[in-house]
Design a protein around this ligand. Sequence first.
Ligand SMILES: NC(=O)c1ccno1
Length: 235
Amino acid sequence: MRIDIVTIFPSFFDVLDLSLLGKARQAGLIEVAAHDLRDFTHDRHRTVDDTPYGGGAGMVMKPAPWGEALDSIVGAGESDALLVVPSPAGEPFTQATARELAAEQHVVFACGRYEGIDQRVVDHYATRMRVRLISLGDYVLNGGEVAVMAMIEAAGRLVPGVVGNPESLVEESHEDGLLEYPSYTKPAVWRGLEVPSVLLSGHHGRVAEWRHEQQVERTRRVRPELLDDDRPDAT
Ligand SMILES: NC(=O)c1ccno1
């Protein structure tokens, strides 16, 4: 999987050299490159924004630097790459979205700042490639960088070979539509709190049943909307 990120803060993504994703990059499972949008400006101040047509507060990111930056990544014609633009106006980012991104060969992330990117950038590239506006949630960030970091983390860990034990990806929140069950490790008693006895029973069938019950109970309590009516275990 190849990831390109266009941002005015490329060093923000230096952290991707660490931990699991860092190892995945060293192993060649994921390639990541951050590009400075200001490298695609031509004035002394390396200007990337201007006042909005129609007035209003804030500044809008100019289309020209974006066009040069994105063309430097995907070329001048059509592209099979996916352009992702983090935006509060986008579709919700879910585990299913993470899986979809993980299956892509090439994802280009466009990190907007200020009041956003001139709409014509999205409109133009939508004629040449797939474009998705994606939102982390119903709140506004100062820019797309934090959202892109979360998306890269969520999708990157699903790329085959990145996580050592693929089994650990299966029993996680949202993978099967439920929140994950509570986990425990040694000691069996900690500050007077005991590990549920079923987990000490060695009876795998009972442990699996208890864990599923815990998933349904936690989901019903915290995220009842995830328990759609036709789930057999939603009753
Ligand atoms: N909610 C979001 O994903 C977002 C992206 C940029 N600003 O907000």
